[in-house]
Design a protein around this ligand. Structure first.
Ligand code: NAD
Length: 499
């Protein structure tokens, strides 16, 4: 539908037609009940280029009812697992066919480089649907060898879809995060209401449209656009929702837990992070410098996994910092359709103000600024890649998630010290370790309190590898087998055989 407008010729990299702008409820594209809308801005220019509906409680209620009806309908509940698998594979292919369009839409909406969206975000969405298609016909249970009271029983488990699920996603990887929730929920046989971030709603709408085209029955996927405290909150409170799968800030995650406690809705949470990079003196300096720089500056630092704390063994601190600064100076700031752009704008003025505020706090606390610190470009919501020497362990830039391109680099003396400091955070999402000594790498990996540890690399995610955090970085795991099982309830069935 839009591919004519998208040639890889740069002059033609124009905004693709915007998905309907309405919400998807019960298979229909509908207006919100309040009539209010949300402006969608291009963060590279501040221009408003689209509007979506500002959905509220009434719309959420309609969407939840539509999802319940779909969940109970034979078209979905009786669909053969292998047909569900084919459906997910068809969605994966549709995303592939619309890769340019989706990447471009993501670039306009979020600000990220078109090439990055095409290289990372779109394949992540394709891969999760393809991977989850494999689970549709493999969600078998167990036969339980029960001892019981000596009589003979047949006992088995089944994994039933949990029901109607509310999926709430953030703005940093809008397409990929939506896909990471839709795909396992579909594989498990749930029906769902997706609420994208009010800041970046477009690719979720387009993805839902592609899912409908692929043949997902009406009402199985509903999308309500709207603000968090309105549409999001209404979804979390709705008694017709059986589970909330949330990706976003730790603050909102905790509020969601409190609300879900009222009726004990199931909850999985992918929350914030303050991940460490650990570079030992025997590391390959060039690789570690590039890896540590990308680990914080990719996607302008707006990554839950961003390794925003860097710990470097004292003897190589100056050399490594020189190398990181040199690599980072080569990262060009620019808008997402410029092929040379490495660092796009932050997603919004609010995010830019927040990050610049942290940079101000870092300076005020006495941390030495080694690089950046400013906006870099005047138009749009840019912030330069910024590096501090972290001399004040208690300052906000060391403790709090900034969610922007700000790195705090601190020297360390020995393994015990660096493990202690790396773990000295309320978060526990990810960590990376750079060393040539693989036994040390694995020993340190065991001691780090993080859901994901990379050795001599950073940021590789795969649908087969469980993803999630320790401590205040979340509850549960996404993707992998655990990811799909989190959309099911396990039922044990036990029959007495004879008397
Ligand atoms: P956010 O928590 O402000 O919003 C996330 C989503 O929740 C949005 O759709 C928002 O509208 C909605 N929301 C806000 N208030 C709500 C409420 N009261 N009830 C229900 N929904 C509500 O987060 P953000 O600013 O969009 O994203 C950045 C945060 O997300 C960062 O903290 C980042 O670390 C985290 N994140 C985590 C992961 C992960 O997998 N661990 C991935 C990406 C982002």
């Amino acid at each position: 539908m839009m591919s004519d407008a998208i040639q890889l010729d740069r002059d033609e990299l124009r905004l693709p037609p915007i998905p309907s702008g309405r919400m998807l409820i019960g298979g229909q594209w509908v207006a919100g009940s309040s009539g209010a809308s949300i402006d969608v801005e291009d963060p590279a220019t501040g221009e408003i280029f689209a509007k979506v509906e500002a959905g509220g409680a009434e719309d959420v209620d309609k969407a939840v009812r539509a999802a319940r009806k779909a969940f109970e309908s034979p078209a979905w509940s009786r669909m053969r697992p292998l047909d569900r698998a084919r459906l997910l594979e068809t969605i994966a292919r549709k995303i592939e066919e619309h890769a340019d369009e989706l990447a471009l839409l993501e670039s306009f909406d979020n600000g990220k480089a078109f090439e990055h969206a095409k290289m990372v975000d779109v394949p992540a969405a394709v891969d999760i649907f393809r991977y989850m298609s494999g689970w549709c016909a493999r969600l078998g249970g167990t036969v339980n060898p029960i001892s019981g009271d000596g009589r003979q029983y047949h006992s088995y488990t089944v994994h039933e879809p949990i029901g109607v699920v509310g999926l709430i996603v953030p703005w940093n990887y809008p397409l990929a995060m939506a896909a990471w929730k839709l795909a396992p929920a579909l594989a498990a046989g749930c029906a769902m209401v997706l609420k994208p971030s009010e800041v970046t709603p477009l690719t979720a709408l387009r993805l839902a449209e592609l899912c409908l085209e692929a043949g997902v029955p009406e009402g199985v996927i509903n999308v309500v656009t709207g603000y968090g405290p309105e549409a999001g909150q209404a979804l979390v409170e709705h008694p017709g929702i059986d589970k909330i799968a949330f990706t976003g800030s730790t603050r909102v995650g905790k509020d969601i837990v409190r609300t879900c406690a009222i009726d004990l809705k199931r909850v999985t949470l992918e929350l914030g992070g303050k991940s460490p990079s650990l570079v030992f003196a025997d590391a390959d300096i060039e690789k570690a410098a590039l890896g540590a720089a990308l680990a914080i500056f990719f996607n302008s630092g707006q990554v839950c996994l961003a390794a925003s704390r860097l710990y470097v063994e004292e003897s190589i601190y100056d050399r490594l910092m020189e190398a990181i600064i040199e690599v980072t100076r080569g990262f060009k700031l620019g808008h997402g359709r410029d092929p040379h752009t490495m660092i796009g704008p932050l997603v919004s003025r609010a995010q830019q103000d927040r990050v610049l505020g942290y940079i101000g706090k870092g300076r005020a606390a006495g941390n030495e600024l080694l690089l950046g610190g400013g906006k870099g470009l005047e138009t749009g919501y840019f912030v330069e890649p910024t590096i501090f020497r972290g001399s004040q362990a208690d300052s906000a830039i060391v403790k709090e998630e900034i969610f922007g391109p700000v790195l705090v680099a601190t020297p360390f003396k020995d393994v015990d010290e660096v493990v202690r400091t790396a773990n000295d955070t309320r978060y526990g999402l990810a960590a990376n370790i750079w060393t040539r000594d693989l036994s040390r790498a694995h020993l340190v990996a065991r001691r780090l309190q993080a859901g994901i540890v990379w050795i001599n690399t950073h940021g590789l995610n795969d649908p087969s590898a469980p993803f999630g955090g320790f401590k205040e970085s979340g509850w549960g795991r996404e993707v992998g087998e655990e990811g799909v099982l989190n959309y099911t309830e396990t039922k044990t069935v036990t029959a007495l055989l004879g008397d």
